[in-house]
Design a protein around this ligand. Structure first.
Ligand code: UD1
Ligand code: UDP
Length: 365
């Protein structure tokens, strides 16, 4: 029996790892062990509950307003004993969070092989997204198995000199999750509030956008909402207190936007599928919204998801207030511009990435 330990700690990692956990649990020759770092708490638990995943280990490291040193040192400190106790044949990590990077480092120190899910995404700007670009490049130095979501991600890894025999193009496991979330008969009081108005879906949290860039985004959004009587926005806000303060300052008294607590992934996908357009700095939402044919204005300077930009459904608008205002207005007022972006595209696979990864591990481990 091969022991595979999956380690993750934030909401997006959980959304993308839970389908894989549930797939691996079906495989007889594999013992699946789940360790969460608890880098997120409420937002992580919300996902675990939806997928019925109960962790075997929980490092519970989250602190309010934690910085990168806090996350790094707490995980490194606590995970050593678990790796030494479990002695997994492979440790699977996801993407580019600090949980992923630090777990990979701990695996290197304890000589546990690493498998990297969602490998090979790049901007090649080490400060954007920050610290994620460093995290994922660093993980690639260590990883023994690289599960790339797309051919482009595979190309990045090959260009960096990774051995081709370690790279598998599987699609993204988020599409696996999406196969079961969006339903026809869906109701939510917030959607009732939006009624027949055009609903704009908003999220924002990136560390490099905290401070002035985030205030710029909120100001632009407010100006546009004030100028359009048939538009309302729903913004499930991240739990980061810095984000909450900025949103409260800039949007707190705006009646055209509902700022609500984080919604679960089932609700989130159903909101995305029903919105008019989305404004976000999130990574995962750039993968999800295009497949519902919803244009996305990406409020960042770089993206590691160029597939959606090439397809025309993502537009990188940066964090300048006037530029966000200009593009948001354009998509509301100019039907042709909207139509150019509003078509369904899904470059991230067929929803069977978890099965592929499990098959590969069964064969190769
Ligand atoms: C982290 C990841 C980022 C990922 C994002 C997804 C790093 C460095 N950053 O950023 O790559 O895109 O998660 O959302 O790994 N908080 C809570 N409850 C929660 C979650 C967060 O209260 O359930 C608050 C805490 O005060 C916490 C703060 O949010 O200190 C920031 O969380 P943190 O994980 O440090 O950073 P994120 O911006 O969430
Ligand atoms: N999401 C969610 N509830 C919310 C906001 C987002 O379930 O209130 C989901 C969303 O569908 C996507 C993921 O969380 O799958 C994105 O997470 P986030 O934006 O926190 O992180 P990123 O993808 O930027 O790393």
């Amino acid at each position: 029996m091969k022991k595979i330990m999956l380690v993750f700690g934030t909401r997006p990692e959980a959304i993308k790892m839970c389908p894989l956990i549930n797939e691996l649990k079906k495989r007889e020759g594999i013992k699946t062990i789940v360790c969460v770092t608890g880098q997120h708490r409420e937002m992580l638990d919300q996902v675990l509950k939806i997928f019925h995943v109960i962790p075997d280990y929980d490092l519970s490291i989250m602190k309010q307003g934690q910085n990168l040193f806090d996350i790094t040192t707490s995980i490194l400190d606590k995970i050593k004993a678990i790796l030494e106790e479990v002695k997994p044949n492979l440790c699977l990590i996801h993407g580019d969070t600090s949980t992923a990077f630090v777990t990979a480092l701990a695996c290197f120190y304890t000589q546990v092989p690493v498998g990297h899910v969602e490998a090979g995404l790049r901007t090649y700007n080490i400060y954007s997204p920050y610290p994620e670009e460093f995290n994922r490049q660093a993980v690639s130095i260590i990883s023994r198995f690289n599960f790339a979501p797309t051919e482009l991600a595979k190309k990045h890894l090959l260009d960096e000199g990774k051995d081709a025999s370690t790279i598998y193009v599987t699609g993204n496991t988020v599409i696996d999750a999406m196969r079961h979330t969006v339903v026809d008969n869906y109701h939510h009081p917030e959607l009732d509030w939006a009624g027949s108005d055009r609903m704009i879906f908003i999220t924002a949290h990136r560390r490099e956008n905290l401070g002035q860039p985030m205030r710029n985004m909120f100001r632009a959004i407010r100006r546009v909402l004030d100028e359009h009587s048939d538009v309302k926005a729903i913004y499930p806000i991240h739990m980061n207190p810095v984000v909450r303060r900025a949103a409260d300052d800039e949007l707190g008294d705006c009646t055209k936007i509902h700022i609500i607590e984080p919604i679960d992934v089932f609700d989130c996908h159903n909101f995305e599928a029903r919105c008019f357009l989305c404004l976000t700095d999130s990574g995962g939402i750039q993968e999800e919204c295009p497949s519902y044919g919803k244009p996305v204005l990406v409020m960042r300077d770089t993206t590691e998801r160029p597939e959606g930009m090439e397809a025309g459904t993502l537009k990188l608008v940066g964090t300048n207030e006037d530029k966000i205002y200009e593009w948001f207005t354009k998509l509301l007022d100019d039907e042709k511009e909207y139509a150019k972006m509003a078509h369904a595209v899904n470059p991230y696979g067929d929803g069977h990435a978890s099965e592929r990864i499990a098959d590969i591990l069964e064969e190769k481990l």
